[in-house]
Design a binder for this molecule. Structure first.
Ligand SMILES: [Zn+2]
Length: 475
């Protein structure tokens, strides 16, 4: 391995940071969700073009997905970005109280405005480093839409978009600094639609067959199933159609969406088959017919030891994000709005006891930490099944901030958030150059990845013929 000069790559990040902080703020100001990220992707495309990347739009038929590539020959390092917001989380930035900008509007409740801009800043620094050093490698930025509920990366993984990638790097805004451990839950959302027969509920009930009854019986079955699933698995549901609001009509149609989560893809497939049997049983019991459609699905995240070690080396050299007294004052104000349980959960995820008073994270958690706390799901999981993948978590907000809340949005444009995103870009860019300089680390990462593929091959939880639920842009 060549000796890594971190000062050089950190300096390339610093050289262009202002433009990317602006990009993060622009995306913050146009919060868009679920395949409707037209303005956000436009900003990313124009940055890619002005930085001289080779740009490919409309990835996988998704109008809000983009890839930018630079460099030639050698290994391909992917840096993954996101820029989608969440519904119902509109919030004024920079204030420590609930204050929506637009009632019911969107907001960046998961910090993806920072995520995408920092990923693109990292890719740009690596591009500039390749140009300066003349080293043969390719850097590729993946602008991925619809992470929240749309599983864009799962479609991209299924369709082979990462097949030539040597390693993928990403990050997520967080309350602490760490290299992410490889675990998140696999999940799938399946819509079960029952069709019965409408009838007058009093005059001719014997002629009706209730689709709503079928949905209710299905949920009873799933509720009994919950006792007999692994502890880490989860099943949630929502009614999409209850067949109308008239109780004196036998409801002829009804749809329930089941969101099933499990620790790994194989367990998920087993649970989905059991839920499908329950749906068939409900249809049989009620004399209705049942159709099912997968709405989305993501794989569990799998770790990669060699990549995690390489990223930890780079994170430790850089150290934690350095915050100032104004950052601390705002974090303290935000913490006034949080519960002790929020703060304790945040620290348990970092594998630490809760210190008495720490408004902003001042350490980089070690790789061998034991972390507890609940896991969510991410479509980065699918990328990790098709190429060795590593992610950082970088402090951008007050310790204890629960994500998907107004408090996250309120901190999304703060100076602390900007410091965190620049720091994340340095961690990712330094990890990328470390890997480019160390073919043996890339090979070790690939060997572990291939071993897993040989024993448990990747099966995308989204059926092969299903298209992403994209939205066309209205003029
Ligand atoms: Zn997120």
């Amino acid at each position: 391995m060549k000796i890594q000069n971190e000062e050089a790559i950190w300096g390339l990040v610093d050289a262009k940071k202002e433009a990317f902080v602006k990009l993060a703020d622009q995306v913050f100001d146009t919060p868009e969700t679920l395949y409707k990220e037209f303005q956000s992707v436009k900003e990313h495309i124009s940055t890619l073009e002005s930085e001289g990347f080779k740009v490919t739009e409309n990835i996988c038929g998704m109008p809000t997905a983009v890839i930018g590539e630079a460099g030639d020959e050698g290994p391909i390092i992917a840096i993954l970005g996101e820029f989608d917001a969440l519904p119902g989380l509109s919030q004024k930035p920079g204030v420590a109280e609930y204050k929506p900008i637009a009632e019911g509007g969107n907001g960046h409740g998961c910090g993806h405005n920072l995520l995408g801009a920092a990923a693109l800043l990292a890719a740009t620094a690596v591009k500039d480093w390749l140009a300066e050093t003349g080293i043969k490698a390719r850097i590729r930025y993946y602008g991925c839409p619809a992470e929240e509920g749309g599983a864009a990366k799962a479609y991209m993984a299924r369709d082979g978009l990462f097949d030539d990638v040597s390693a993928a790097i990403s990050w997520h805004p967080s309350t602490f600094n760490a290299v992410q451990h490889g675990h998140s839950l696999a999940n799938t959302r399946v819509d079960f639609t029952f069709t019965g027969k409408a009838a007058h509920a009093a005059a001719a009930p014997h002629l009706g067959r209730s689709a709503l009854d079928a949905c209710e019986l299905m949920n009873v079955g799933v509720n009994y199933m919950r006792e007999h699933i692994p502890d880490s698995a989860r099943i949630h549901y929502a009614y999409l159609d209850v067949g109308g609001a008239a109780p004196n009509v036998v409801q002829a149609t009804s749809t329930v969406r089941q969101l099933i989560r499990a620790s790994d893809n194989a367990t998920l497939r087993d649970m989905v088959a059991r839920v499908q049997d329950i749906a068939k049983g409900a249809a049989l019991m009620t004399g209705t017919t049942m159709e099912e459609k997968v709405y989305s699905g993501v794989s569990n995240l799998v770790g990669n030891g060699p990549l995690e070690k390489a990223m930890q080396v780079e994170f430790d050299k850089l150290g934690p994000v350095v915050f100032d007294s104004e950052d601390t004052a705002f974090a303290e104000a935000i913490r006034e709005t949080l519960t002790e349980d929020d703060i304790a959960a945040s620290f348990q995820r970092a594998g630490r006891q809760t210190p008495p008073d720490l408004p902003l994270c001042d350490f980089v958690a070690p790789l061998d930490r034991s972390s507890t706390g609940s896991d969510g799901s991410t479509d980065v999981g699918d990328v990790s099944w098709v190429t060795p993948t590593v992610q950082a978590q970088v402090a951008t907000c007050a310790v204890g901030t629960p994500f998907h809340t107004w408090q996250t949005v309120a901190q999304g444009k703060a100076p602390a958030a900007h410091k965190g995103m620049i720091h994340a870009a340095k961690v990712m860019a330094a990890t990328a150059t470390h890997l480019i300089n160390s073919p043996e680390t890339l090979q070790a990462a690939r060997d572990i990845h291939n071993q897993r593929q040989n024993t448990t091959p990747y099966v995308c939880p989204i059926p092969s013929d299903q298209k992403p639920p994209i939205v066309e842009q209205t003029p």
